[in-house]
Design a protein around this ligand. Structure first.
Ligand SMILES: Cc1cc2nc3c(=O)[nH]c(=O)nc-3n(C[C@H](O)[C@H](O)[C@H](O)COP(=O)(O)OP(=O)(O)OC[C@H]3O[C@@H](n4cnc5c(N)ncnc54)[C@H](O)[C@@H]3O)c2cc1C
Length: 184
């Protein structure tokens, strides 16, 4: 949660504290064995379940292929979502590093990039002009905290609670319905 505001972090933290989650901070995990984790302080803890939440990293395939990468190890693409050194290669979603400015690894961008990606792949095949990708402004972010609760963030507006989750649920269900309709 490091990239979020103290208010958002506090709400997420409280949601876990309310469910008796204990925080042990300031250490790195040194070793994971069955039923036990050991921290770099030497302290170890018995565990029932290990759930890793380390963030998204693009595949190592780009590093081993010698293609140009961005700082996050993603395939470096220009504003046409195109690999500059190999113009026949295009990319979108979590695996790219957008040269213009870094983009969060969220589905919002993958979805916004899709039509441009399709358009540019077709244009490249037909020697037509490519269309630049515009990431758009601040996107709406809603965390699902479980038990019908959420955290809402859009530009300067942040709030937590049931309304936040209800909005997310409505948006997500409406989005998924599009694809259910396609399968009929
Ligand atoms: C639990 C969770 C909840 C999320 N909730 C949201 C949300 O509410 N809103 C939001 O905007 N974003 C959300 N995200 C982020 C969002 O899911 C991703 O940003 C989005 O799916 C990225 O799309 P993508 O097509 O780039 O990659 P993916 O959807 O990850 O698709 C990549 C595909 O490539 C396949 N693949 C991988 N390696 C290979 C290989 N070597 N060969 C062939 N195929 C391969 C994978 O199996 C996968 O099917 C969430 C992510 C997670 C994990």
């Amino acid at each position: 949660m490091a990239r979020f505001t103290p208010k958002i972090r506090a709400m997420a933290r409280q949601s876990l504290v309310d469910r008796d989650v204990e925080f042990i901070e300031g250490y790195r995990v040194k070793e994971v064995t069955t039923g036990r984790i050991t921290l770099d302080s030497g302290e170890s803890h018995d565990v029932d379940l290990i759930f890793l939440a380390l963030g998204v990293k693009p595949s190592a395939i780009f590093a081993s292929s010698g293609l140009a990468m961005g700082p996050d190890g993603g395939l470096l693409v220009n504003r046409f979502l195109q690999c500059p050194a190999y113009p026949e290669l295009f990319g979108g979603g979590d695996c790219i590093s957008f040269a213009e400015h870094p983009l969060d690894k969220v589905g919002v961008y993958a979805v916004r990039e899709n039509p441009i990606l399709f358009q540019n792949l077709m244009a490249a095949l037909e020697n037509q002009a490519l269309m630049p990708f515009d990431p758009g402004g601040n996107y709406l972010l809603i965390f699902n905290l479980g038990e019908g609760m959420g955290i809402f963030k859009k530009s300067w507006l942040t709030f937590g609670g049931r309304t936040a989750f209800t909005i997310k649920d409505w948006i997500d269900r409406r989005f998924m319905k599009k694809f259910q309709a396609m399968e009929k």
